[in-house]
Design a protein around this ligand. Structure first.
Ligand SMILES: [Zn+2]
Length: 752
């Protein structure tokens, strides 16, 4: 879609952030507009005539009552911008365009179209600039509102943000279906002479904007009113199914955060369940549901019990979807398939992947098949390690198959031979958050010559006492890049997983700087290794949003293909996993003693030990996401759950079934808990795809250095991020690596 594209891809579920607000296009926002060094605690009123910094740096927006004014103002600007573009696309252009393709008198229509006065280069640039600004206005408002909805602790703010979003989304929807905006771009595209006179950046911007609108599906189809109407309807239905699915999954996750997990999918009269309830009465609980049925729950500690059938019941409880989620998923997939067919594509995956680096579903299948074959021997080795533990524990006569529900239990047994839990706790003593932040500042400075300066947060711009504000400078080019807010600590009611939230994308033509928020859910002042890794991951996204500065906001920062966007972020994780780097900032919080190498290695060990099985999980998720969006379950006339079983059997070494009665009656359906299916919609493979390139870069240019924090080695990546989306992503990737990405570097990690 032209005006709504994912900008941030957090490491767990993807959040499609979108949009935020900004001063009139004539007034460039400068660093001076954000006087951030003093601590002015007075909240200004919105009646002031000069813009004053408000929430998250938004000018003149301080309280819920300001949201609708902000939206109205943006709306006015958008209307004026549209009018200024419409004069280049008179109403009859779209009619003539259609007549040429499908009408009775194409020659005459062509003549009429050719008789229109030709557009000049200035006209073309004007059109592009205005359409980009329309997108900018939408993004500025909607991104800001999304930020408030997810992060503001005050429910009044959140409610007002939701209301304003609902109101403003209608504008977004209408704009994505605006034939005249689209036709103005088509007029440029049709004129090859004019196109040749445009700079490559402008040509690229035109293609991106035009394709994004086409992807939405309804523009340029004037004569097929029914079809156009159906496409608009389908897009709106898809939006509703996605929201319903997320709600059900959120509710289900909430249930699983309690001590007892409901096991709805197994009937209480099932013999094995009855036996277990008798044997372990403390681990089971029975409640009456509103409909009068008995609801059995199992204690979450059942997954750690020696009895395999207990672990299996706990696995079923935590890996079965709410049946409503599966129904909504069916509806969602059906609507997406119809949308694709209406646009003459064989499947939704074909439709969605055409604009990504990989290009087609067939290529993704080849990629995943190939990777799966290559990691299989290592996965088998990992399974035999688990099997040894199982035999040791349960005796030679036990079932030698290692099942999915055995994994965590025997993995822990394996780990305990190498790592003690006290080491993991001791490691956190060296990872006080202030040390880690200093580490991040040091890494950015050494690697990218980006200086991060902590500055006081003014009261009106902050939404919580925890917020830290940084100003970012590129010291190499002497440029102030923008502001980064850190909202890193867990608090109740905070929505959203770890992510970099781009609140305002750069637009250099009007001096608009990047404003981003790094969101984490760190539980204490002392980080775990996993938290440190994810902080570096999101830092990669943040740096990308700041370096990618282009004249068009639609091409800035991480507004790029999803299978490229995860590359810099996964690359940055390497630094958090490298002792040479971590030892430069990890010091004992009390004694200041440097981090011992032995302790670090011990803590990194679990991350490496069952890597192939973890990759198999990712392959299953990716393949399932792809196949469902290729309509494979319908082609094979099976359910989505049956498709999960087939894919799991082919691509994973740990079975999820013993083919007994429970399995047949109550199949696992964890795909119904997977939010990625709604957001990624056939592009989940992106994580593995980008991991190949990031490992390639790391092993080729960084791993062998004494200190991997080498700005010369990082120069090509810095340049690549600075392009934003202004060039083809596959070209950018080739430039960074100097060759096609090869999985051999990724696979090398399995051999170490
Ligand atoms: Zn990410």
């Amino acid at each position: 879609m032209l005006l709504e594209r994912p900008t941030e891809i957090p490491s767990i579920p993807l959040r499609t952030t979108s949009k935020s607000t900004q001063p009139p296009i004539t007034k460039a926002r400068t660093k001076e507009a954000i006087p951030s060094r003093e601590t002015d605690k007075q909240v200004p009123t919105s009646a002031t005539s000069t813009p004053v910094v408000g929430l998250s740096g938004m000018e003149n927006v301080y309280k819920p009552e300001d949201f609708s004014g902000m939206v109205n103002q943006a709306n006015k600007k958008i209307k004026a911008l549209c009018e200024s573009v419409y004069r280049y696309a008179p109403l009859n252009v779209a009619v003539l365009e259609h007549e040429i393709l499908f009408g009775n008198d194409p020659v005459d229509a062509k003549k009429q179209l050719n008789d229109l006065p030709p557009l000049t280069v200035q006209d073309a640039k004007f059109i592009l600039d205005k359409i980009d600004e329309i997108s900018n206005q939408l993004c500025l408002c909607l991104d800001f509102l999304e930020l408030v909805r997810c992060l503001h602790p005050d429910s009044q703010f959140r409610t007002a943000a939701i209301e304003a979003t609902n109101k403003f989304s209608i504008v977004l929807h209408e704009l994505n279906n605006d034939d005249r905006l689209y036709e103005s771009m088509k007029r440029i595209d049709r004129d090859s002479e004019l196109m040749n006179q445009l700079a490559p950046l402008d040509q690229h911007c035109l293609q991106v904007l035009k394709k994004d609108m086409e992807k939405y599906g309804s523009v340029g189809q004037l004569s097929h009113h029914e079809r156009k109407h159906r496409l608009i309807e389908l897009n709106s239905m898809i939006g509703q199914y996605v929201a319903q699915f997320s709600d059900i999954v959120a509710h289900h996750r909430e249930e699983l955060s309690h001590e007892f997990w409901p096991i709805r999918s197994i009937s209480s009269s099932e013999p094995m369940l009855q036996h277990l309830r008798k044997t372990y009465p403390k681990l089971f609980k029975s409640d009456m549901e509103q409909d009068g049925n008995e609801l059995i729950s199992v204690h979450s500690s059942a997954k750690k019990q020696r009895d395999g059938s207990l672990r299996k019941v706990a696995y079923i409880a935590s890996h079965c979807a709410d049946p409503r989620a599966l129904n909504v998923l069916d509806e969602l997939l059906e609507a997406r398939q119809e949308l694709a067919l209406t646009m003459n594509k064989p499947s939704y995956a074909h439709h969605a992947l055409q604009s990504l680096m990989v290009g087609s579903p067939e290529k993704v299948i080849r990629f995943l098949d190939d990777l799966s074959e290559k990691i299989k021997p290592q996965a088998e080795k990992e399974v035999s390690l688990l099997r040894q533990e199982k035999i040791l524990e349960e005796g030679e006569s036990c079932d030698h198959t290692v099942y999915a529900w055995d994994f965590d239990f025997y993995k822990r047994a394996c780990m305990n031979r190498y790592v003690s839990e006290s080491s993991v706790a001791r490691m956190s003593d060296y990872l006080h958050y202030k040390n880690c932040l200093n580490g991040i500042y040091m890494v950015c400075e050494k690697l990218f010559k980006i200086k991060m300066v902590e500055v006081p947060v003014k009261a009106p711009e902050s939404w919580h006492d925890d917020i830290i504000k940084l100003e970012l400078y590129d010291t190499e080019h002497d440029v102030y890049l923008g502001d980064l807010y850190l909202d890193i600590f867990y608090r109740k009611g905070k929505i959203g997983d770890n992510s970099n939230f781009c609140r305002q994308a750069a637009k250099t033509s009007i001096g608009q700087k990047t404003v981003s928020v790094l969101v984490h859910n760190i539980q204490s002042e002392y980080l775990t290794m996993s938290e440190l890794l994810s902080m570096f991951h999101e830092l990669g996204h943040a740096i990308h949003t700041f370096l990618g500065r282009t004249p068009y906001q639609n091409l800035s920062g991480t507004r790029v293909s999803v299978d490229w966007v995860e590359m810099p972020s996964q690359f940055m994780e390497h630094f958090a996993a490298d002792f040479r780097v971590v030892s430069q900032f990890a010091k004992h919080h009390r004694t200041g003693e440097p981090l011992p190498k032995k302790l670090f290695d011990e803590c990194m060990f679990p991350k490496k030990m069952f890597r192939a099985l973890n990759v198999q999980n990712q392959v299953v998720y990716s393949m399932l996401d792809l196949m469902l969006h290729m309509n494979e379950h319908k082609n094979l006339n099976i359910s989505t759950t049956q498709l999960l079983y087939r894919i799991r059997a082919k691509y994973h070494s740990l079975p999820i079934t013993q083919n007994d009665e429970i399995d047949q009656l109550h199949p696992i359906s964890y795909h119904g808990n997977l939010l990625h299916l709604t957001n990624y919609a056939s592009s989940y493979y992106s994580y593995l795809y980008a991991k190949i390139s990031s490992d390639h870069l790391w092993f080729k240019k960084f791993n062998s250095k004494d200190d991997p924090l080498d700005s010369e080695a990082a120069a090509s990546l810095k340049r690549a991020m600075s392009y934003g989306g202004s060039r083809r992503e596959s070209d950018i990737l080739m430039e960074v690596l100097g060759e096609e990405p090869s999985p051999s570097f990724f696979l090398r990690e399995f051999m170490e």
